[in-house]
Design a protein around this ligand. Structure first.
Ligand SMILES: Cc1ncc(COP(=O)(O)O)c(C=O)c1O
Length: 473
Protein backbone atom coordinates (compact mmCIF):
# COMPACT_ATOMS: atom_id res chain seq x y z
CA UNK A 1 0.00 0.00 0.00
CA UNK A 2 1.37 3.46 -0.91
CA UNK A 3 1.03 5.91 1.98
CA UNK A 4 0.91 9.46 0.69
CA UNK A 5 0.32 11.25 4.00
CA UNK A 6 3.57 12.14 5.78
CA UNK A 7 4.15 10.40 9.09
CA UNK A 8 4.24 12.37 12.33
CA UNK A 9 5.90 9.99 14.79
CA UNK A 10 9.00 11.34 16.53
CA UNK A 11 11.01 8.14 16.62
CA UNK A 12 11.49 5.38 14.09
CA UNK A 13 10.21 1.83 14.23
CA UNK A 14 13.86 0.78 14.42
CA UNK A 15 14.25 2.84 17.61
CA UNK A 16 11.22 1.18 19.14
CA UNK A 17 12.56 -2.25 18.13
CA UNK A 18 15.83 -1.45 19.93
CA UNK A 19 13.91 -0.30 23.01
CA UNK A 20 11.64 -3.35 22.98
CA UNK A 21 11.94 -5.08 26.38
CA UNK A 22 12.14 -8.45 24.60
CA UNK A 23 15.42 -7.33 23.00
CA UNK A 24 16.79 -6.28 26.39
CA UNK A 25 15.74 -9.61 27.88
CA UNK A 26 17.20 -11.60 24.98
CA UNK A 27 20.48 -9.70 25.34
CA UNK A 28 20.49 -10.32 29.08
CA UNK A 29 20.01 -14.05 28.53
CA UNK A 30 22.72 -14.18 25.87
CA UNK A 31 25.17 -12.30 28.11
CA UNK A 32 24.38 -14.68 30.97
CA UNK A 33 24.90 -17.77 28.80
CA UNK A 34 28.17 -16.44 27.34
CA UNK A 35 29.43 -15.61 30.80
CA UNK A 36 28.43 -19.03 32.23
CA UNK A 37 30.16 -20.94 29.44
CA UNK A 38 33.14 -18.63 29.12
CA UNK A 39 33.88 -18.53 32.84
CA UNK A 40 35.55 -21.94 32.62
CA UNK A 41 38.13 -20.50 30.25
CA UNK A 42 40.26 -18.73 32.82
CA UNK A 43 43.50 -20.64 32.52
CA UNK A 44 45.67 -22.29 29.90
CA UNK A 45 45.12 -25.96 29.21
CA UNK A 46 46.03 -28.54 26.59
CA UNK A 47 43.77 -30.06 23.96
CA UNK A 48 41.03 -32.51 24.79
CA UNK A 49 41.93 -35.99 23.48
CA UNK A 50 38.47 -36.82 22.03
CA UNK A 51 38.50 -33.54 20.07
CA UNK A 52 41.96 -34.09 18.61
CA UNK A 53 41.01 -36.20 15.52
CA UNK A 54 38.32 -33.79 14.35
CA UNK A 55 40.67 -30.85 14.97
CA UNK A 56 43.36 -32.51 12.86
CA UNK A 57 40.79 -33.00 10.07
CA UNK A 58 39.73 -29.35 10.35
CA UNK A 59 43.35 -28.25 10.03
CA UNK A 60 43.78 -30.44 6.95
CA UNK A 61 40.65 -28.90 5.44
CA UNK A 62 41.99 -25.44 6.26
CA UNK A 63 45.26 -26.29 4.56
CA UNK A 64 43.39 -27.59 1.51
CA UNK A 65 41.17 -24.53 1.11
CA UNK A 66 44.09 -22.15 1.71
CA UNK A 67 46.37 -24.05 -0.62
CA UNK A 68 49.08 -24.17 2.02
CA UNK A 69 49.75 -24.58 5.72
CA UNK A 70 48.43 -21.84 8.04
CA UNK A 71 50.96 -19.79 10.04
CA UNK A 72 50.11 -21.85 13.09
CA UNK A 73 47.59 -24.62 13.82
CA UNK A 74 45.06 -22.20 15.32
CA UNK A 75 41.32 -22.52 14.91
CA UNK A 76 39.24 -20.77 17.52
CA UNK A 77 36.23 -22.57 18.99
CA UNK A 78 34.34 -19.26 18.96
CA UNK A 79 34.45 -18.68 22.72
CA UNK A 80 36.90 -17.00 25.02
CA UNK A 81 37.15 -15.14 28.27
CA UNK A 82 39.21 -11.98 28.66
CA UNK A 83 42.66 -12.84 27.24
CA UNK A 84 41.97 -16.57 27.21
CA UNK A 85 40.75 -18.18 24.02
CA UNK A 86 39.43 -21.66 23.50
CA UNK A 87 40.55 -23.49 20.38
CA UNK A 88 38.40 -25.96 18.49
CA UNK A 89 40.45 -28.81 20.02
CA UNK A 90 39.34 -27.72 23.50
CA UNK A 91 42.73 -26.25 24.43
CA UNK A 92 42.93 -22.78 25.99
CA UNK A 93 45.65 -20.28 25.15
CA UNK A 94 46.60 -16.94 26.66
CA UNK A 95 46.28 -14.50 23.80
CA UNK A 96 48.86 -11.70 24.05
CA UNK A 97 48.74 -10.87 20.34
CA UNK A 98 44.97 -10.58 19.72
CA UNK A 99 44.98 -11.23 15.96
CA UNK A 100 47.86 -8.68 15.76
CA UNK A 101 46.20 -5.97 17.77
CA UNK A 102 42.62 -6.53 16.66
CA UNK A 103 40.84 -7.95 19.70
CA UNK A 104 41.07 -4.82 21.82
CA UNK A 105 38.60 -6.08 24.40
CA UNK A 106 39.92 -9.65 24.42
CA UNK A 107 37.63 -12.57 23.64
CA UNK A 108 33.83 -12.80 24.09
CA UNK A 109 33.71 -9.45 25.90
CA UNK A 110 30.11 -8.76 26.99
CA UNK A 111 30.11 -5.19 25.61
CA UNK A 112 31.37 -6.34 22.24
CA UNK A 113 28.76 -9.12 22.06
CA UNK A 114 26.09 -6.61 23.05
CA UNK A 115 27.27 -4.25 20.29
CA UNK A 116 27.43 -7.08 17.76
CA UNK A 117 23.79 -7.92 18.56
CA UNK A 118 22.89 -4.26 17.90
CA UNK A 119 24.73 -4.62 14.59
CA UNK A 120 22.83 -7.82 13.82
CA UNK A 121 19.55 -6.00 14.41
CA UNK A 122 20.33 -3.48 11.68
CA UNK A 123 18.41 -4.21 8.48
CA UNK A 124 21.55 -4.98 6.48
CA UNK A 125 24.70 -6.87 7.35
CA UNK A 126 26.93 -4.48 5.43
CA UNK A 127 27.04 -0.73 5.07
CA UNK A 128 28.52 1.03 2.07
CA UNK A 129 28.16 3.75 -0.50
CA UNK A 130 24.39 3.35 -0.92
CA UNK A 131 23.59 2.09 2.57
CA UNK A 132 24.81 4.15 5.52
CA UNK A 133 23.32 3.98 9.02
CA UNK A 134 23.58 6.43 11.95
CA UNK A 135 26.37 4.37 13.65
CA UNK A 136 28.58 5.09 10.60
CA UNK A 137 28.13 8.81 11.20
CA UNK A 138 28.84 8.32 14.90
CA UNK A 139 31.98 6.27 14.22
CA UNK A 140 33.33 8.86 11.80
CA UNK A 141 32.54 11.72 14.18
CA UNK A 142 34.16 9.94 17.11
CA UNK A 143 37.34 9.24 15.17
CA UNK A 144 37.51 12.81 13.85
CA UNK A 145 36.96 14.21 17.34
CA UNK A 146 39.65 11.97 18.89
CA UNK A 147 42.11 12.69 16.08
CA UNK A 148 41.64 16.45 16.14
CA UNK A 149 41.45 16.83 19.93
CA UNK A 150 44.93 18.36 20.20
CA UNK A 151 45.02 20.43 17.06
CA UNK A 152 45.31 18.15 14.02
CA UNK A 153 43.23 19.41 11.11
CA UNK A 154 41.38 16.22 10.30
CA UNK A 155 37.85 17.14 9.27
CA UNK A 156 36.68 14.13 7.33
CA UNK A 157 36.53 10.38 7.65
CA UNK A 158 35.86 7.53 5.26
CA UNK A 159 35.31 4.02 6.58
CA UNK A 160 36.60 0.90 4.88
CA UNK A 161 36.83 -2.81 5.54
CA UNK A 162 40.60 -3.24 5.76
CA UNK A 163 43.72 -1.37 6.71
CA UNK A 164 44.97 -1.88 3.17
CA UNK A 165 41.89 -0.15 1.78
CA UNK A 166 42.26 2.69 4.30
CA UNK A 167 45.85 3.17 3.09
CA UNK A 168 44.80 2.90 -0.56
CA UNK A 169 42.27 5.68 0.08
CA UNK A 170 44.92 7.77 1.88
CA UNK A 171 47.31 7.44 -1.07
CA UNK A 172 44.55 8.16 -3.57
CA UNK A 173 43.63 11.33 -1.67
CA UNK A 174 47.26 12.49 -1.63
CA UNK A 175 48.02 11.52 -5.25
CA UNK A 176 44.82 13.18 -6.47
CA UNK A 177 45.65 16.32 -4.46
CA UNK A 178 49.20 16.52 -5.81
CA UNK A 179 48.62 15.26 -9.38
CA UNK A 180 50.69 14.83 -11.49
CA UNK A 181 53.24 14.10 -8.71
CA UNK A 182 53.50 10.31 -8.53
CA UNK A 183 56.27 9.32 -6.13
CA UNK A 184 55.89 8.36 -2.47
CA UNK A 185 58.34 8.67 0.40
CA UNK A 186 58.36 6.01 3.11
CA UNK A 187 60.74 4.43 5.62
CA UNK A 188 62.93 1.38 5.34
CA UNK A 189 61.02 -1.64 6.69
CA UNK A 190 57.63 -0.02 6.02
CA UNK A 191 54.54 -2.21 6.07
CA UNK A 192 51.36 -0.78 4.56
CA UNK A 193 49.23 -3.78 3.61
CA UNK A 194 48.72 -6.32 0.88
CA UNK A 195 47.13 -4.55 -2.11
CA UNK A 196 49.08 -4.22 -5.34
CA UNK A 197 49.99 -0.57 -4.68
CA UNK A 198 50.87 -1.30 -1.06
CA UNK A 199 53.08 -4.22 -2.06
CA UNK A 200 55.21 -1.59 -3.81
CA UNK A 201 55.22 0.66 -0.72
CA UNK A 202 55.86 -2.14 1.78
CA UNK A 203 59.60 -2.65 2.13
CA UNK A 204 59.59 -6.45 1.94
CA UNK A 205 60.89 -7.73 -1.40
CA UNK A 206 59.44 -11.20 -0.81
CA UNK A 207 55.92 -9.73 -0.43
CA UNK A 208 56.08 -8.47 -4.02
CA UNK A 209 57.62 -11.43 -5.79
CA UNK A 210 56.15 -11.56 -9.28
CA UNK A 211 54.15 -8.35 -8.82
CA UNK A 212 54.56 -5.24 -10.93
CA UNK A 213 55.57 -2.07 -9.08
CA UNK A 214 52.37 -0.03 -8.99
CA UNK A 215 54.00 2.92 -7.17
CA UNK A 216 57.37 4.61 -7.26
CA UNK A 217 58.63 4.68 -3.69
CA UNK A 218 61.82 6.06 -2.15
CA UNK A 219 62.87 5.06 1.35
CA UNK A 220 64.40 6.98 4.24
CA UNK A 221 66.24 5.30 7.11
CA UNK A 222 64.16 5.07 10.29
CA UNK A 223 65.13 6.28 13.74
CA UNK A 224 67.60 4.26 15.76
CA UNK A 225 66.94 4.27 19.51
CA UNK A 226 70.63 3.62 20.14
CA UNK A 227 71.76 6.57 18.03
CA UNK A 228 68.86 9.02 17.74
CA UNK A 229 70.85 12.11 16.64
CA UNK A 230 72.84 10.36 13.94
CA UNK A 231 69.82 8.47 12.59
CA UNK A 232 67.81 11.71 12.49
CA UNK A 233 70.57 13.44 10.57
CA UNK A 234 70.87 10.52 8.13
CA UNK A 235 67.12 10.57 7.46
CA UNK A 236 67.07 14.36 6.98
CA UNK A 237 70.08 14.27 4.65
CA UNK A 238 68.50 11.51 2.61
CA UNK A 239 65.23 13.43 2.42
CA UNK A 240 67.00 16.53 1.07
CA UNK A 241 68.91 14.43 -1.42
CA UNK A 242 65.69 12.85 -2.72
CA UNK A 243 63.80 16.15 -2.84
CA UNK A 244 66.59 17.53 -5.03
CA UNK A 245 66.67 14.45 -7.21
CA UNK A 246 62.89 14.41 -7.85
CA UNK A 247 61.70 18.02 -7.49
CA UNK A 248 57.90 18.35 -7.47
CA UNK A 249 57.44 14.60 -7.91
CA UNK A 250 56.43 13.54 -4.36
CA UNK A 251 52.72 13.15 -3.72
CA UNK A 252 53.04 11.95 -0.12
CA UNK A 253 55.25 11.00 2.76
CA UNK A 254 53.71 7.87 4.30
CA UNK A 255 54.89 6.71 7.73
CA UNK A 256 54.05 4.49 10.67
CA UNK A 257 54.91 6.61 13.77
CA UNK A 258 56.15 3.38 15.38
CA UNK A 259 57.47 0.83 12.90
CA UNK A 260 55.09 -2.13 13.34
CA UNK A 261 55.74 -5.15 11.15
CA UNK A 262 59.26 -3.74 10.75
CA UNK A 263 60.07 -4.69 14.36
CA UNK A 264 58.52 -2.20 16.85
CA UNK A 265 60.99 0.65 16.52
CA UNK A 266 59.64 3.83 18.12
CA UNK A 267 59.73 7.20 16.41
CA UNK A 268 60.07 10.41 18.41
CA UNK A 269 58.96 14.02 18.29
CA UNK A 270 62.42 15.27 17.30
CA UNK A 271 62.95 12.66 14.63
CA UNK A 272 59.63 13.23 12.90
CA UNK A 273 59.69 17.01 13.31
CA UNK A 274 63.09 17.18 11.61
CA UNK A 275 61.52 15.46 8.57
CA UNK A 276 58.05 16.98 8.66
CA UNK A 277 59.26 20.61 8.60
CA UNK A 278 61.08 20.28 5.24
CA UNK A 279 58.23 18.10 3.93
CA UNK A 280 55.78 20.89 4.80
CA UNK A 281 58.03 23.45 3.11
CA UNK A 282 58.06 21.30 0.00
CA UNK A 283 54.24 21.02 0.15
CA UNK A 284 54.26 17.23 0.45
CA UNK A 285 51.22 15.75 2.24
CA UNK A 286 52.03 13.72 5.36
CA UNK A 287 50.19 10.45 5.95
CA UNK A 288 50.44 8.71 9.33
CA UNK A 289 49.46 5.05 9.30
CA UNK A 290 48.02 4.30 12.75
CA UNK A 291 46.56 0.94 11.85
CA UNK A 292 48.69 -0.86 14.42
CA UNK A 293 49.58 2.07 16.71
CA UNK A 294 46.10 3.45 17.41
CA UNK A 295 45.20 2.96 21.11
CA UNK A 296 48.65 1.70 22.13
CA UNK A 297 50.40 4.81 23.48
CA UNK A 298 49.60 7.64 25.91
CA UNK A 299 47.14 9.11 23.42
CA UNK A 300 44.65 7.51 21.06
CA UNK A 301 46.98 8.23 18.13
CA UNK A 302 50.75 7.84 18.21
CA UNK A 303 51.13 11.09 16.21
CA UNK A 304 49.54 12.75 19.27
CA UNK A 305 51.84 10.82 21.61
CA UNK A 306 54.80 12.33 19.68
CA UNK A 307 53.10 15.77 19.48
CA UNK A 308 53.02 15.83 15.70
CA UNK A 309 49.43 17.05 15.39
CA UNK A 310 50.33 20.00 13.16
CA UNK A 311 51.79 17.63 10.56
CA UNK A 312 48.98 15.05 10.33
CA UNK A 313 47.34 15.70 6.94
CA UNK A 314 45.92 12.23 6.40
CA UNK A 315 45.68 9.45 8.98
CA UNK A 316 44.63 5.82 8.69
CA UNK A 317 43.33 3.56 11.48
CA UNK A 318 42.23 -0.06 11.62
CA UNK A 319 42.60 -3.31 13.53
CA UNK A 320 41.37 -2.49 17.07
CA UNK A 321 38.75 -0.08 15.69
CA UNK A 322 37.05 -3.14 14.09
CA UNK A 323 36.30 -1.05 11.01
CA UNK A 324 39.06 0.84 9.25
CA UNK A 325 39.13 4.51 8.36
CA UNK A 326 40.95 7.27 6.49
CA UNK A 327 40.87 10.71 8.11
CA UNK A 328 41.81 13.83 6.17
CA UNK A 329 41.64 17.60 6.26
CA UNK A 330 39.23 19.69 4.24
CA UNK A 331 41.97 20.85 1.85
CA UNK A 332 42.24 17.24 0.70
CA UNK A 333 38.61 16.63 -0.26
CA UNK A 334 38.91 15.07 -3.73
CA UNK A 335 37.50 17.05 -6.63
CA UNK A 336 36.31 13.95 -8.45
CA UNK A 337 34.67 10.62 -7.56
CA UNK A 338 37.88 8.79 -6.70
CA UNK A 339 36.63 7.37 -3.37
CA UNK A 340 33.73 4.96 -3.04
CA UNK A 341 33.11 1.41 -1.88
CA UNK A 342 30.23 -1.06 -1.98
CA UNK A 343 31.26 -2.07 1.55
CA UNK A 344 32.57 0.44 4.10
CA UNK A 345 32.00 -1.89 7.04
CA UNK A 346 29.76 -4.54 8.56
CA UNK A 347 27.03 -3.17 10.81
CA UNK A 348 28.33 -5.39 13.64
CA UNK A 349 31.93 -4.19 13.08
CA UNK A 350 30.91 -0.56 13.29
CA UNK A 351 28.89 -1.19 16.46
CA UNK A 352 31.81 -3.18 17.98
CA UNK A 353 34.21 -0.40 16.98
CA UNK A 354 32.12 2.16 18.83
CA UNK A 355 32.01 -0.12 21.90
CA UNK A 356 35.81 -0.45 21.71
CA UNK A 357 36.27 3.34 21.61
CA UNK A 358 33.98 3.55 24.68
CA UNK A 359 36.07 0.90 26.45
CA UNK A 360 39.35 2.69 25.68
CA UNK A 361 37.98 5.87 27.21
CA UNK A 362 36.20 4.20 30.15
CA UNK A 363 39.30 2.26 31.18
CA UNK A 364 41.57 5.27 31.40
CA UNK A 365 44.01 3.83 28.85
CA UNK A 366 45.48 7.21 27.92
CA UNK A 367 47.52 9.86 29.71
CA UNK A 368 51.06 9.99 31.05
CA UNK A 369 49.98 7.77 33.96
CA UNK A 370 47.14 6.00 32.15
CA UNK A 371 46.63 2.26 32.28
CA UNK A 372 48.57 1.75 29.01
CA UNK A 373 51.69 3.21 30.62
CA UNK A 374 51.18 1.37 33.92
CA UNK A 375 50.62 -2.00 32.29
CA UNK A 376 53.48 -1.50 29.89
CA UNK A 377 55.84 -0.59 32.73
CA UNK A 378 54.83 -3.66 34.71
CA UNK A 379 55.12 -5.94 31.69
CA UNK A 380 58.49 -4.45 30.67
CA UNK A 381 59.88 -4.95 34.21
CA UNK A 382 58.85 -8.60 34.15
CA UNK A 383 60.28 -9.12 30.66
CA UNK A 384 63.54 -7.51 31.80
CA UNK A 385 63.74 -10.02 34.67
CA UNK A 386 63.31 -12.85 32.17
CA UNK A 387 65.98 -11.48 29.84
CA UNK A 388 68.35 -11.37 32.84
CA UNK A 389 67.47 -14.97 33.63
CA UNK A 390 67.92 -16.13 29.99
CA UNK A 391 70.58 -13.78 28.55
CA UNK A 392 71.35 -16.08 25.61
CA UNK A 393 67.72 -16.70 24.77
CA UNK A 394 66.29 -13.22 25.05
CA UNK A 395 67.25 -9.56 24.66
CA UNK A 396 64.97 -6.69 25.50
CA UNK A 397 62.26 -5.71 25.94
CA UNK A 398 62.01 -2.91 23.39
CA UNK A 399 59.08 -1.07 21.83
CA UNK A 400 56.75 1.66 22.96
CA UNK A 401 54.04 1.55 25.66
CA UNK A 402 51.57 -1.24 24.75
CA UNK A 403 53.66 -2.41 21.78
CA UNK A 404 56.30 -4.55 23.45
CA UNK A 405 58.81 -6.79 21.77
CA UNK A 406 61.94 -8.80 22.50
CA UNK A 407 64.65 -10.40 20.41
CA UNK A 408 64.93 -14.17 20.81
CA UNK A 409 68.36 -15.83 20.61
CA UNK A 410 70.59 -14.60 17.80
CA UNK A 411 67.83 -12.56 16.13
CA UNK A 412 67.45 -15.00 13.25
CA UNK A 413 64.02 -15.95 11.93
CA UNK A 414 64.80 -19.58 12.79
CA UNK A 415 65.36 -18.73 16.45
CA UNK A 416 62.23 -16.58 16.64
CA UNK A 417 60.14 -19.30 15.00
CA UNK A 418 61.55 -21.99 17.27
CA UNK A 419 60.65 -20.04 20.41
CA UNK A 420 57.29 -18.97 19.01
CA UNK A 421 56.38 -22.61 18.39
CA UNK A 422 57.31 -23.55 21.97
CA UNK A 423 55.33 -20.60 23.30
CA UNK A 424 52.35 -21.83 21.28
CA UNK A 425 52.79 -25.31 22.67
CA UNK A 426 52.85 -24.07 26.29
CA UNK A 427 49.82 -21.89 25.60
CA UNK A 428 51.11 -18.35 25.03
CA UNK A 429 50.31 -16.43 21.86
CA UNK A 430 52.72 -13.76 20.61
CA UNK A 431 53.93 -13.16 17.08
CA UNK A 432 57.06 -12.35 15.09
CA UNK A 433 57.90 -9.00 13.53
CA UNK A 434 60.92 -7.43 11.86
CA UNK A 435 63.88 -9.04 10.18
CA UNK A 436 67.52 -8.64 11.10
CA UNK A 437 66.68 -9.12 13.91
CA UNK A 438 63.41 -11.00 13.90
CA UNK A 439 61.58 -10.24 17.13
CA UNK A 440 58.61 -11.55 19.07
CA UNK A 441 55.95 -8.99 19.88
CA UNK A 442 53.00 -8.72 22.22
CA UNK A 443 49.88 -6.65 21.68
CA UNK A 444 47.70 -7.33 24.72
CA UNK A 445 44.25 -5.74 24.65
CA UNK A 446 44.64 -2.27 26.16
CA UNK A 447 41.15 -2.17 27.64
CA UNK A 448 41.22 -5.28 29.82
CA UNK A 449 44.76 -6.54 30.41
CA UNK A 450 45.49 -6.94 34.13
CA UNK A 451 48.68 -7.57 36.09
CA UNK A 452 47.37 -11.12 36.59
CA UNK A 453 47.27 -11.66 32.82
CA UNK A 454 50.80 -10.30 32.56
CA UNK A 455 51.98 -12.56 35.40
CA UNK A 456 50.43 -15.54 33.62
CA UNK A 457 52.12 -14.56 30.34
CA UNK A 458 55.48 -14.23 32.07
CA UNK A 459 55.09 -17.63 33.73
CA UNK A 460 54.35 -19.22 30.34
CA UNK A 461 57.20 -17.39 28.63
CA UNK A 462 59.55 -18.51 31.40
CA UNK A 463 58.43 -22.10 30.78
CA UNK A 464 58.93 -21.72 27.02
CA UNK A 465 62.39 -20.17 27.42
CA UNK A 466 63.39 -22.95 29.82
CA UNK A 467 62.28 -25.60 27.30
CA UNK A 468 64.04 -23.82 24.47
CA UNK A 469 67.23 -23.48 26.50
CA UNK A 470 67.18 -27.21 27.29
CA UNK A 471 66.59 -28.08 23.64
CA UNK A 472 69.63 -25.98 22.68
CA UNK A 473 72.05 -27.62 25.11
C1 LIG B 1 50.87 -0.42 9.96
C2 LIG B 1 49.92 -1.27 9.14
N1 LIG B 1 49.35 -0.74 8.06
C3 LIG B 1 48.49 -1.45 7.31
C4 LIG B 1 48.17 -2.75 7.63
C5 LIG B 1 47.23 -3.52 6.75
O1 LIG B 1 46.02 -3.74 7.38
P1 LIG B 1 45.05 -4.92 6.86
O2 LIG B 1 45.76 -6.20 7.10
O3 LIG B 1 43.80 -4.74 7.68
O4 LIG B 1 44.81 -4.67 5.41
C6 LIG B 1 48.74 -3.34 8.75
C7 LIG B 1 48.44 -4.75 9.10
O5 LIG B 1 49.17 -5.42 9.79
C8 LIG B 1 49.64 -2.58 9.54
O6 LIG B 1 50.25 -3.10 10.62
Amino acid sequence: MVQSQSATHTSTHADSLRRDPRIAEAKRLIAEAVSDHGAQLDHVRGPSEPLRPQYERLLERLQTVRGGAPIWPYLSSGLGHELYVELADGSVKLDMIGGIGVHGCGHSHPNIIDAAIDGALEDTVMQGNLQQHPPTVEMCERLISMASSSGARLDHCLLSTSGAMANENALKIALHHKAPADRILAFDNAFAGRSLALAALTDRPNYRIGLPLALQVDYLPFRSATNPELSRQCAVDELHRLLKRHPGRYAAFWAEPIAGEGGYYPGSHDFFKALCVPLREAGIPIIFDEIQTFSRTTRPFAFQHYKLDEFADIVTVGKITQVCATLYGKDFVPKGPVLSQTFTGASASIAAGLATLDALEANGCFGAEGTNVKRSRYFAEKLTELSEKYPKQMQGPFGEVMMLVFTPGDGSFEHAKALLDIMYEVGLLGFVCGSNPTRIRFLPPPTITTHEHIDAAIELLDKALQKWKLSMS
